[in-house]
Ligand binder design. Sequence first.
Ligand code: C2E
Ligand code: MG
Ligand code: MG
Length: 410
Amino acid sequence: MSPRDALPMIAETEIIEAMKNDEFVFHYQPKVSLVTGKVSGAEALIRWIKPEGSVVMPDAFIPVAEQSSLIKDITRHMFPKLVNDLMVLTDVEKSPLSFNASARDFEDDAFARMMLESLETLQIPPDSLQVELTETAALEAGDRIRNNILPLRQVGLGLAMDDFGTGYSSLDTLSKWPFTIIKLDQGIIGRMLDSDKCSTIVESSIRMAHELGISIVAEGVENNGQYQHLLGSGCTKVQGFWISKAIPLDRYISFVKEDIRWSGMPAGLISMAIVDHVQWRKQLVSELVRAVSFPKNSPHRKYLNIPPLSCKECRLGLWYYGVGQMFKDRQSFLDMEKPHCEFHDIGILLVDLVRDGAGIEDLTPHLRTLSEHSMEILGKLQALEIEGLMDMNASQHAWISHPLHPTNQA
Ligand code: C2E
Ligand code: MG
Ligand code: MG
């Protein structure tokens, strides 16, 4: 018998009655940024608080409601509460809140319109909200549903693929929908430390999200081992019982105000930067070598498929002058700026030579210098990565003894 079979059956009429009596609230589960080590937004999770005080979890009634259009009524009933909570939170936290929606909520455009109207009326920036849709829901939804969600994306609302990896066609769905966030399913996070396969799947998913320019959140993080592993894998956000269960709004506000700093250096981000740099060099060099095989005046030499040439716009540069600045007190980080800029100058020179009709023999000495600079950059990045890994091992996690840690809560 599965846990779901064991749940008592809840009738639709009970849910309707509970809505009338205003028995539904949102609790908030904090997410932590692995870049800053601080709370960064939360997920709103519905809770049914019965008059005598008992709490009914969503698995007991959301699936019932999803079998009919009742789910739409619940979502519409809850949205004003979400917006209210969001307004209470604006003075405390700037990171977005996410909430769960069902594909049925977008069967017509009424809900998306209502959302946009209320955000506009209340002057709430659309990027302060994210819609979470399970990949199974997205997979089963047709074009009509996607078209009703698109206007939300167009104004800047985030769209998260929830429970990534549980559907039977995750990659296909990801390629067709305008997701801005992937939420790695808690099942795979739970198995990650015991299975090399799961660990590889997690790491590859993080890498894929990075290359697609999509944020990634790992769900269901329950211990420090998983937290540290994700830190070393380049994951940027985590959520789970290790940080906190979903808590009422007032407790969430206190949680944010505590301004807790989770320890650990995100060494995984450095491995991402290493791969980014290697890929940039490979893409440029293979394109140049392809192009020089064409005659001097060939248009194939003019229209090259090359990555951004500026040292501030390549992926490594975006990282270096953005998130990477967190390492600016480290000498190996500072030492890589000069060779990186020179590396790009050589790249620009090589492109000019190819466009001007140079042959492979003209490129060879510059390709050699390009490679030497690349080795120097990689050396600095690797030194930084080793420092990061040593820091991660050394960091004693004080969180477990913090009064707000879930195990220390009543
Ligand atoms: P979800 O959106 O994937 O939410 C994550 C669920 O995992 C939550 O369960 C959360 O409490 C639980 N969780 C978080 N961290 C951990 C962890 O470290 N370990 C374990 N074992 N569990 C963890 P919850 O609140 O019972 O919600 C279950 C599902 O119900 C949600 O899954 C979501 O699909 C749905 N749901 C919740 N609220 C709403 C809502 O307002 N509307 C709709 N349509 N669905 C909702
Ligand atoms: Mg969710
Ligand atoms: Mg989920």
